[in-house]
Design a protein around this ligand. Structure first.
Ligand SMILES: Cc1cc2nc3c(=O)[nH]c(=O)nc-3n(C[C@H](O)[C@H](O)[C@H](O)COP(=O)(O)O)c2cc1C
Length: 355
């Protein structure tokens, strides 16, 4: 059995195609459609309260008996600096004036890390989705032990060989190799450490040399030929995010869909959320483009402000202020129903193999 077949057996899927867990974009309907079509659907729950996470997982379970993945962030506690935060709010005052809204008086630490509470752990142990994945770091060792003892398949993401070694040493079952092309948050464990910015292919090659776990390639994969290429290079499976943003099941709003359809540039920036993430270039990225790293509050406090800016802008009909996360290959995105996209990817992947 090769690495792909073995890994598909572990995940209990027909195709080695994973839909990326995308907070704010992936929905229970999307996850279930992907899983019912033979891929691995996913929910990104980093922004969900335990109650919201419980509801979303239950909803997927009502829509599919197939396996799916639920995803959490394991980020550090933000270093709070009142001077930096006040200056960051002050910088946004002209935007609030433009949209005739009051700026906030302070920033909030809006998202909890999986490591900082056992509420998510308990609901996973109660609801038992087959697969759980982690981004921006790793859960605590006791949390990993409890999830493993419950028989859940655990995936950690890595942007470097060192992070991949850490995922393997922590006892998880597989690694997402997230390349520089990838949309959304870059999974770096320490956002202050140097980053070699490895492409998906270079990262895959480097990680394969160092770890024995199955590797899931992620970043810039848009069609079945890209999938085949990654499998040929040794990936056990692939994970696609941007390819699914335009699906009818996606929660992306009209402005996001219209911007995606325009294609064009994406930007890796930490100025939206406080951590590096890849986004379609828009009015929000322009507003933050000259920000120095030292000026930007930590994740997720900076994100609190960006979200408020988007809310007040949308209230006045301006749609270009959202965090429109997308990978560098966004201009190749298609807008197919999620199940059709999975079937198309699977067919294209096989056609290329037979060619
Ligand atoms: C809109 C969007 C939201 C994302 N949200 C998450 C998330 O909540 N958790 C996560 O692990 N990765 C998230 N990612 C990153 C994906 O897991 C994956 O690494 C990336 O989509 C792969 O690159 P691609 O977008 O070029 O396919 C997100 C990506 C996008 C595009």
């Amino acid at each position: 059995m090769n690495a792909t077949t073995e890994f598909m057996d572990l995940l209990q899927v027909k195709y080695p195609i994973l839909q990326a867990p995308m907070a704010g974009v992936a929905t229970p309907a999307m996850a279930a459609a992907v899983s019912n079509a033979g891929g691995l659907g996913a929910l990104g729950l980093c922004a969900a309260s335990p109650e919201m996470a419980h509801k979303a997982i239950k909803e997927v379970q009502q829509l599919t008996a197939a396996s799916f993945n639920v995803n959490f962030f394991c980020h550090e506690k933000p270093a709070r600096d009142p001077v930096v935060e006040a200056a960051w709010i002050a910088r946004a005052v002209p935007l609030f004036e433009r949209f005739e809204a009051e700026p906030p008086t302070e920033l909030r630490d809006i998202y909890k890390s999986f490591c900082d509470t056992d509420a998510y752990l308990h609901l996973l142990l109660a609801l038992r989705p087959r697969v759980v994945s982690f981004h921006l770091g790793l859960p605590r060792p006791d949390q990993i032990a409890a999830l493993r003892a419950a028989g859940l398949v655990l995936i950690g993401s890595a942007t470097s060989p060192a992070e991949a070694r850490a995922v393997q040493a922590a006892g998880l079952n597989a690694i997402v190799a997230q390349g520089w092309e990838a949309g959304g948050h870059r999974g770096v464990f320490d956002p202050t450490a140097p980053d070699a910015c490895l492409s998906t292919r270079d990262l895959l090659r480097a990680i394969l040399d160092e770890v024995s776990l199955p590797i899931i390639a992620a970043g810039g994969i848009m069609d079945g030929r890209d999938v085949r290429r990654m499998l040929d290079h040794g990936a056990a499976a692939v994970q696609l995010g941007t390819a699914f943003i335009g699906c009818p099941e996606s929660a992306a709003d009209e402005g996001y869909r219209e911007r995606l359809a325009l294609g064009g540039d994406t930007v890796m920036t930490r100025a939206i959320s406080g951590r590096p993430a890849r986004c379609l270039g828009n009015a929000l990225t322009q507003w933050t483009e000259d920000a120095e790293p030292a000026d930007i509050p930590g994740y997720p406090c900076a994100y609190d402000l960006a979200k408020t800016v988007n809310t007040v802008a949308k209230a006045k009909g301006a749609t270009a202020y959202g965090a429109q996360w997308a990978g560098s290959q966004a201009s190749r995105a298609r807008s197919l129903p999620a199940a059709e996209l999975v079937e198309t990817l699977a067919t294209e992947m096989t056609d290329r193999a037979q060619a």
